[in-house]
Design a protein around this ligand. Structure first.
Ligand code: SAM
Ligand code: SF4
Length: 339
């Protein structure tokens, strides 16, 4: 029997940017709409959403992924806004996976996931990150402006059951709001194979709560975790900016992502595609490369490819947030760019 033929682009190596970083990861924001208003992400009055016509269509997103795939793109995370509010998410997941993506994940607030986990898995989704910033129902409701914590736990359990694993739980500690729960979150990893990821609070121009002193640094987080038990290095910035640890004997993993107190830019392997069709090579830089307008004007694949190559080439070496907080003004809100 003849061997199945290999896709001609199976062997493509990821592109390297000007600083020798391998770019094999794309975060795609598929909507800026959200069913919550987390206090560190959106203003309490909400935001005027993009018009439907401003948002990339399924076909445009998949076309971009296919083109990037030819240059070694292997990993895609779908985000938002809340990705599960987008209609036809299953079709989109399935088309992105079929474009040849090895590792396809979603970041979601978990409010709507439990009912869709199984069909998302069947459509080709590999993993989920679920955001959860408090273990206390009332506090969770306050942080998210009305979210129901039970729905999130149902989603975590359903994600585990359907094999969208390892389930990663994103937690943003904010001083004076939920930083007293860092130890409880870390302890969840002892008996559960969860990856709990602590993300330092980042400035976003319009969330209104950013103050540097509200950000709980990775050193502070480490100090708290070390009191729970012996902490071992699990993997240290293997393929991205997270530093991963395990409490000795625990089933799960603890990740710390510290964009503010340390530079993780040397390990950055990603580009972002915003819901309205701009490539953002760095979250904290004003560089935007519009791919939607050329696509809608009938650009060829070669022209879109050239824009992708350009975005990789001009990816900044690092963000300047620690030297120049005006860079924060470049983040409108995470929900618009896709956190
Ligand atoms: N709605 C989905 C969710 O909440 O998981 C996906 C989009 S949300 C913008 C993606 C991630 O960004 C979430 O884990 C959220 O906690 C994080 N995020 C939003 N604003 C942030 C900020 N100012 N600092 C740090 N992380 C933030
Ligand atoms: Fe919505 Fe996610 Fe932003 Fe919360 S963090 S408001 S769930 S986009």
């Amino acid at each position: 029997m003849s061997k199945p033929s290999k896709r001609e682009d199976d062997e493509t190596e990821p592109l390297k940017d000007s600083y020798e970083r391998r770019i094999d990861y794309l975060r795609i924001s598929i909507t800026d709409k959200c069913n919550l208003k987390c206090l560190y992400c959106m203003p309490s009055k909400g935001l005027k959403p993009f018009k439907d016509s401003e948002i990339l269509t399924d076909e445009e997103i998949v076309r971009f992924v296919r083109i990037a795939r030819r240059h070694g793109l292997r990993k895609v995370r779908i985000t938002g806004g809340e990705p599960l509010v987008r209609k036809d998410i299953l079709k989109l997941v399935s088309s992105i996976k079929k474009a040849g993506i090895d590792d396809l994940s979603i970041t979601t607030n978990g409010i709507m996931l439990s009912k869709r986990a199984e069909e998302l898995k069947d459509a080709g989704l590999d993993r989920v990150n679920i955001s959860l910033d408090s273990l206390n129902a009332e506090r969770y409701g306050n942080i998210t402006n009305g979210g129901d914590i039970e729905s999130v736990w149902d989603s975590i359990k359903e994600a585990e059951r359907t094999g969208l694993v390892p389930v990663k739980i994103n937690m943003v500690p904010i001083r004076g709001i939920n930083d007293d729960e860092i130890a409880s979150f870390a302890s969840l990893t002892i008996d559960n194979n969860y990856h709990v990821r602590f993300i330092e609070l980042m400035p976003a121009a319009r969330n209104g709560i950013w103050r540097r002193e509200k950000c709980v640094t990775s050193n502070e987080i480490m100090e708290i975790i070390s009191k729970i038990g012996e902490v071992e290095i699990f993997s240290f910035r293997g393929k991205g900016p997270s530093r991963n640890y395990r409490i000795k004997g625990a089933l799960g993993v603890i990740g710390i992502i510290s964009p503010i107190s340390e530079h993780f830019c040397g390990y950055c392997n990603r580009l972002r595609l915003t819901a309205d069709g701009n490539i953002r090579p760095c979250l904290f830089s004003g560089i935007r490369i519009d791919v939607k307008t050329p696509m809608r004007r009938g650009a060829s694949d070669e022209e879109i490819e050239a824009l992708y190559l350009h975005a990789v080439r001009i990816k900044p070496e690092r963000h300047l947030l620690n030297e120049d907080l005006r860079a924060a003004g470049l983040i409108d809100t995470m929900s618009k760019i896709g956190g």
